[in-house]
Design a protein around this ligand. Structure first.
Ligand SMILES: NC(=O)c1ccc[n+]([C@@H]2O[C@H](COP(=O)([O-])OP(=O)(O)OC[C@H]3O[C@@H](n4cnc5c(N)ncnc54)[C@H](O)[C@@H]3O)[C@@H](O)[C@H]2O)c1
Length: 211
């Protein structure tokens, strides 16, 4: 596998635990300088300290991705600490397990606020910065964005189907948002979605228990 250039600045939302924290560690091990962002400020700082203790360059930026100003401050933290922002991973997300006929409006509001609006706000804040910076090398984009969708965006059946209405719809919206952003920001910024299957994190433990 080709190694990325060292020193890339990578910001990750929802990075205090789970997939986000795992990604932060892998990016750091590959030579990146990482900005960990999360709504849980205490866990976010602890995750940063753990990476620093292992010798990696890491910064913490507590932010609720549903808050546009907080997303802007997260990007400012990256630029103040490391001078630029090369990769934004819009990973923060929430998931509930609830039978279809028990769903209420608030369930839709929660999933679409965090998973869709939050992905958009963090993506847009990053793109504002990326558009102002020079590419790291000729022929490279000015920045890259990775959104975190899910296999749930692509797969309508299975035992989880009756219990994941708002989650599945929100992740399908993340795929659509990713396509819109990719067309809007090309060629300066590339935008791609990941669609993981089941990953053993606290999110999955909660869903498994509630199911
Ligand atoms: N675990 C899986 O099986 C799985 C599969 C496919 C996709 N995903 C997606 O991957 C992403 C990470 O999932 P995970 O399993 O690591 O979940 P997790 O619950 O372990 O971690 C999610 C993190 O996001 C943070 N967060 C929640 N709301 C936030 C907000 N408003 N602003 C900022 N941060 C917020 C939480 O504090 C937490 O640290 C999510 O988008 C999830 O939908 C997970």
């Amino acid at each position: 596998m080709t190694q990325p250039p060292t020193g890339l600045v990578v910001a990750i939302t929802g990075a205090a635990q789970g997939i986000g924290l795992g990604l932060a560690r892998h990016f750091a091990q590959a030579g990146a300088r990482v900005v960990l962002s999360d709504v849980n400020a205490e866990a976010c700082t602890a995750a940063r300290d753990a990476l620093r203790a292992d010798g990696y360059e890491a910064e913490a930026a507590a932010a609720n991705v549903t808050d546009a100003a907080a997303c802007e401050r997260m990007v400012e933290t990256a630029v103040n600490a490391f001078g630029r922002l090369d990769v934004m991973v819009c990973n923060a997300g929430v998931a509930q397990v609830k039978p279809f006929m028990e769903l209420q409006a608030a369930d839709w509001d929660l999933h679409f606020a965090v998973n869709v609006k939050g992905a958009f706000l963090s993506l847009q804040a990053a793109a504002r910065q990326m558009k102002t910076q020079e590419p790291l090398a000729a022929g490279r984009p000015r920045g890259k964005v990775i959104t975190m969708a899910s296999i749930a965006a692509r797969y309508g059946a299975g035992v989880m189907a009756p219990y994941q209405g708002p989650y599945r719809a929100s992740k399908a919206a993340v795929v659509s948002l990713t396509q819109t952003a990719a067309y809007s920001l090309s060629p300066d910024i590339t935008v791609n979605a990941l669609c993981p299957g089941i990953v053993a994190t606290e999110m999955w433990t909660r869903m498994d228990r509630d199911l």
